[in-house]
Ligand binder design. Structure first.
Ligand code: BEZ
Length: 210
């Protein structure tokens, strides 16, 4: 199944290292990040899980729940997590789905047969509180993900959900933002009475609204 931006995130019930969960119920009113790993006891994945565990307070601050997945079973994840705690200095502090039957992997199109028949690619999905897919990225097995980038996108998504703005290239929280293309100057005057800088009629810049 192909999952595209704006689609409802497919719901599922799955075994995890923190017990059986129903995905939509587990998300509740939170944002979510669902990310897949090719296989347990692999080096790149080990570093990724350690890093995400270390920065989990950053996800918590943003009201984002994080959940990992690989097609190995939960008892394998549990053994692997001991290695992650030992080598990465932080214990995994979020659920890991044991997707042995590949139910979730198939729902989210995480197996790309021309890359591997058996392992999931490195997928990342950001899901909004409305359960819609807000971001999807696919990395190859050989490249570890940049989870600071995922936090940066969450900051942009949460800001642009609240204000009629967009964020420019390489934006980080606190930088200037752009007035959305669909907003007329008349509407912008109501929304942003403090004003903005018109670089071009289609490129209007203002400090990040609070
Ligand atoms: C890794 O996590 O290191 C990895 C997993 C599968 C294929 C290649 C690398």
């Amino acid at each position: 199944m192909t999952v595209r931006l704006g689609d409802t995130a497919p719901d599922f019930t799955a075994a995890t290292t923190q017990g059986t969960i129903n995905f939509h119920e587990w998300l509740g009113d939170s944002w979510g990040v669902l990310f897949s790993h090719p296989k347990d006891f692999t080096p790149v994945c080990t570093t990724e899980l350690g890093y995400v565990a270390r920065i989990k307070p950053e996800f918590d601050k943003r009201n984002v729940k994080v959940i990992g997945l690989s097609v190995d079973p939960v008892d394998s994840h549990e053994k692997w997590e001991a290695d992650i705690a030992e080598t990465q200095g932080t214990a995994v502090n979020f659920p890991m789905i044991g997707d042995s039957d590949k139910n979730v992997s198939n729902l989210y199109d995480m197996i790309h047969p021309n890359a591997s028949d058996t392992m999931t690619v490195r997928s990342v999905f950001i899901i909004g509180p409305d359960k819609k897919i807000k971001l999807s990225i696919t990395y190859p097995a050989s490249t570890g993900r940049n989870f600071d980038e995922i936090l940066r996108v969450i900051d942009s998504l949460q800001l642009t959900a609240k204000f009629k703005v967009a964020t420019p290239a390489n934006w980080v929280n606190g930088n200037d933002v752009i007035i959305g293309g669909a907003v007329s100057d008349e509407e912008a005057k109501q929304l942003f009475p403090q004003g903005w800088k018109t670089v071009k009629p289609y490129l209007r810049v203002l400090p990040q609204p609070k």
